[in-house]
Design a protein around this ligand. Structure first.
Ligand SMILES: O=C(CO)[C@@H](O)[C@H](O)COP(=O)(O)O
Length: 229
């Protein structure tokens, strides 16, 4: 199953409720991707727990919170309590990723781990069963609107192979520079969850952009029978 998660980093922050709603509804966003940045783990500052609490009330679309912050061990559980349906922490920032993933799950959300572009997947193979989603960053985290890093395609492919080797149902998310011109390459490499910021919120009709991205990815995944190698 292909999922398209618009990133509100590219939305108008003064109108977040409207921006969340205009990508929702039938055939709309599967999840709303919420980029939390602390100006320490990444050189940018966005939003925190109170905004997630408010967004939760403003939309029926589930929230996929991507924590680009230091000390996720302390903060991630609070995002579950604020209403996030999925919480992604960076392995580079987590002190105890297994304990943290278990805590996120125990609190009722999907547990997800992210890798910066320079972080390989192989050392974390044994952690995969602890996760519901693995995020391969396809730009250096911190800003929307960056160019997709083609050099990440082999890592997406290797991650998909590890997921399949272990027979896991884990989702494989990509984030950064995902657009009509890159989504097919990501899908071909094995990604099934696609975060898109500027490609959605920079479009004249964001809801139509979500549908068009999904159609492109589904065509590729369908041709592979949902399995990429
Ligand atoms: O996490 C990030 C950036 O750090 C992303 O979620 C971006 O917000 C994606 O924006 P585009 O690259 O799609 O414009």
């Amino acid at each position: 199953m292909v999922q398209i998660n618009p990133s509100i980093l590219s939305a108008d922050f003064a109108r977040l409720a409207d921006e969340a709603q205009r990508v929702g509804g039938p055939e709309g966003a599967d999840w709303l991707h919420v980029d939390v940045m602390d100006n320490h783990f990444v050189p940018n500052l966005t939003l925190g727990v109170p905004v997630v609490e408010s967004l939760r009330k403003a939309t029926d679309t589930p929230l996929d919170c991507h924590l680009m912050i230091e000390d996720p061990d302390r903060w991630a559980p609070q995002y579950v309590e604020a209403g996030a349906g999925s919480v992604t922490f960076h392995v580079e920032a987590a002190a105890a990723p297994v304990r943290l993933a278990r805590e996120i799950r125990a609190k009722g959300a999907r547990a997800s781990m992210a890798l910066r572009p320079a972080t390989p997947i192989e050392p974390y193979e044994d952690l995969l069963p602890e996760l519901d989603m693995l995020l391969v960053m396809t730009v250096e985290p911190g800003f929307g609107g960056q160019a997709f890093l083609d050099v990440m395609l082999p890592k997406i492919r290797r991650t998909r192979q590890l997921i399949d080797k272990h027979g896991l149902q884990l989702w494989l998310q990509v984030d950064g520079g995902v657009s009509a011109s890159t989504i097919e390459r990501c899908a071909e490499a094995g990604a099934d969850v696609f975060v898109a910021g500027s490609a959605v919120y920079g479009a004249d009709d964001p809801a139509a952009a979500v549908r068009a991205l999904r159609e492109r990815a589904e065509k590729v995944r369908g041709a592979q029978g949902g399995c990429a190698h």
